[in-house]
Design a protein around this ligand. Structure first.
Ligand SMILES: Cc1cc2nc3c(=O)[nH]c(=O)nc-3n(C[C@H](O)[C@H](O)[C@H](O)COP(=O)(O)O)c2cc1C
Length: 195
């Protein structure tokens, strides 16, 4: 028998949303997600992360322009197939890396700390599950991680209060879904139990 409870249901029903309405989330919803983030585990209890939530449309649109310009000068650093497509796509007029979500949460962390990405990724999942529990939509957004060394983008992040020595690790688009998300099937053969 498959066990079920609120947490397991939220895990199963969370989907990546790529079409958001313009409606902003409530302040207490943002607080709940940021609190969920900081309660994630961290290596050695470092908690050296910073979560920066942006809800101002002019700032988000400026970030989008910087991401577009950053992609134009960017050369993918590995052969992950999505990277070249994202670079190409970024030059289209319709490009918006956070899918016009009204809230973007950026996770940054210390450099030269091996668990920086793991800590931020665990916090991201807490944000996604908290969002799901509040009936909000979310999506993991990688573009500003890919462009983490882009100088003009980095200078703008300075203005947003993200410490210069911090490296961008991940971001989360949050809002209300404009359309229901497709559920990608889970692959077989990815669980191995030894009893
Ligand atoms: C590390 C990571 C990076 C991701 N980056 C992006 C991204 O930049 N843009 C996007 O639309 N989705 C991104 N996703 C979402 C995945 O595409 C999505 O989780 C996957 O297709 C499975 O769909 P589901 O989240 O609805 O289960 C990312 C997910 C992860 C874990």
């Amino acid at each position: 028998m498959e066990l079920n409870n609120e947490v397991l249901t939220a895990i199963r029903e969370r989907r990546s949303t790529r079409k958001f309405t313009e409606r902003q989330i409530a302040p207490e919803q943002l607080d709940a997600m940021l609190n969920a983030a900081i309660w994630a585990p961290s290596g050695g209890n470092n908690q050296s992360w910073l979560f920066t939530a942006i809800q101002r449309k002019d700032i988000l649109l400026r970030l989008n322009e910087l991401v577009r310009e950053g992609f134009a000068r960017w050369t993918p650093d590995d052969d992950y197939p999505g990277k070249l497509a994202a670079k190409e796509h970024s030059q289209a007029d319709s490009f918006n890396f956070y899918y016009h979500a009204p809230t973007l949460i950026i996770a940054s962390n210390k450099p030269n700390y091996q668990n920086a990405m793991a800590d931020c990724a665990l916090a991201m999942e807490n944000i996604f599950l908290a969002a799901q529990s509040l009936r909000l939509a979310s999506c993991y957004i990688n573009q500003i991680f890919w462009l983490r060394h882009d100088e003009p983008l980095r200078e703008y992040l300075d203005e947003l209060g993200i410490p210069r020595e911090h490296v961008i690790r991940a971001s989360a688009a949050i809002g209300f879904a404009a359309v229901p998300s497709h559920t990608p099937a889970r692959k077989d053969g990815t669980i191995n139990i030894i009893r």
